[in-house]
Design a protein around this ligand. Structure first.
Ligand SMILES: C[S@@+](CC[C@H](N)C(=O)[O-])C[C@H]1O[C@@H](n2cnc3c(N)ncnc32)[C@H](O)[C@@H]1O
Length: 274
C-alpha cells in the first residue's frame, strides 16, 4: 500500500490530557458568559450602586439599591461571585461585601461631579453595552456565513456589514436611532480612554518628533491632546471623508479625508491608535 493511502495516525490523548481538554473545552464554550455577566452588571447598574453606597455594598444593600425582588438575592450572590472571579469587583474574604476594582471604576455611570473622572476618563458603559449588544453578537454568530460567502471583488464587507447591511456607525436607519446613538457614544468614550496616560508615559516619543499623522484619527481628540501637550509637533488627522470631511479647520491640527490604504499624509511619525 502506498504511504499516501494510509490514514493519518491520530495522537491519542492520555487520560490526564483528556480531563484537562474537557475542562478547557467547557471554559472556551462558556467564556461568553464572562462578557454577558459584565453586561448584566452594567445593565443592572451594580458599579454605580456600589459607588453611591460609599464604595462597598453587601448583597442586601445591592438588592435594595437595584430594586430587585428579595428572592433574587441568592442568584445575585452567584452573579457577584463570577464577577469577582473576573476581576470586575472585589469582595472581602467572607464574600459578603463587594467593592469596585479599577475595572468597575470605569463602569460607574454618568460623568457628573459625583462620579470619579480621572485623566478625562469617561464612563465606559456605552462601549460595554454597544460591544455586547445583540448586533455585535449576531455578527459573530454569523461569522461562518461570512467565510462561506464568495463576495465580489475588490473588498468584502465587514462581518457586521454582511449581517446588518450597514457599518456600526452608519446604523441609524437600519438598526434604529437608539442603537445608532449607543454605537456613536461607545466609540466616543472608547476613543477618549487612556490617552492622558500615554501622553505622560511616552513623553520621550513625542519630544523627539516634529510631525505626526494620526491614522484613523477619528474626531481628532487624540491629535489635539498631543498638539496641546507638545506644541512643537505638527499634527495631521487622517480619517474617512464621512468622519472628517466636514470638520472645520481649527488651526491646531490638520484634517485630511481619505483611505489609509490609498494614501497616508507624510510625516515623521504615524500613530495608529485603535
Ligand atoms: C476605533 S476608531 C479609532 C479612532 C481613533 N484612532 C482613536 O483611537 O481615538 C477607528 C477609526 O478608523 C477610521 N477608519 C476605518 N477605516 C479607515 C480607512 N481605511 N482609512 C482611514 N480611516 C479609517 C474610522 O472612520 C474610525 O474613525
Amino acid at each position: 500500500m502506498a504511504a499516501s493511502d494510509q490514514a493519518p495516525s491520530m495522537l491519542v490523548p492520555t487520560d490526564d490530557e483528556m480531563l484537562q481538554a474537557q475542562a478547557e473545552l467547557w471554559r472556551h464554550t462558556f467564556s461568553y458568559l464572562t462578557s454577558m455577566t459584565l453586561r448584566c452588571a452594567v445593565h443592572l447598574g451594580i458599579p454605580t450602586a456600589i459607588h453611591r453606597h460609599g464604595g462597598a455594598a453587601s448583597l442586601p444593600d445591592l438588592v435594595t439599591a437595584l430594586s430587585l425582588p428579595t428572592a433574587k438575592l441568592p442568584f445575585l450572590r452567584r452573579l457577584m461571585r463570577l464577577l469577582v472571579h473576573s476581576g470586575i469587583f472585589a469582595s472581602d474574604d467572607a464574600g459578603t461585601t463587594y467593592r469596585l476594582t479599577p475595572v468597575s471604576f470605569f463602569l460607574v455611570d454618568g460623568a457628573t461631579a459625583a462620579v470619579p473622572v480621572v485623566d478625562g476618563h469617561l464612563s465606559q458603559v456605552p462601549h460595554v453595552l454597544a460591544s455586547t449588544s445583540r448586533h455585535c453578537l449576531d455578527t459573530v454568530a454569523g461569522l461562518a456565513g461570512w467565510f462561506w460567502e464568495d463576495f465580489p471583488a475588490p473588498s468584502p464587507p465587514s462581518p457586521f456589514e454582511h449581517v446588518h447591511g450597514v457599518t456600526p456607525l452608519e446604523s441609524t436607519a437600519r438598526l434604529g436611532p437608539e442603537d445608532a446613538a449607543l454605537f456613536q457614544e461607545g466609540l466616543r468614550v472608547y476613543d477618549a480612554s487612556g490617552f492622558a496616560v500615554v501622553l505622560r508615559e511616552c513623553r520621550d516619543v513625542f519630544d523627539s518628533v516634529e510631525s505626526l499623522t494620526d491614522c484613523d484619527g477619528g474626531d481628532g481628540a487624540a491629535a489635539r491632546a498631543i498638539a496641546e501637550a507638545f506644541p512643537h509637533v505638527k499634527c495631521t488627522v487622517l480619517d474617512l471623508a464621512r468622519v472628517v470631511g466636514d470638520v472645520p479647520a481649527d488651526g491646531v491640527v490638520e484634517y485630511v479625508a481619505g483611505d489609509m490604504f490609498d494614501f497616508i499624509p507624510p510625516s515623521q511619525a504615524v500613530m495608529l491608535k485603535v
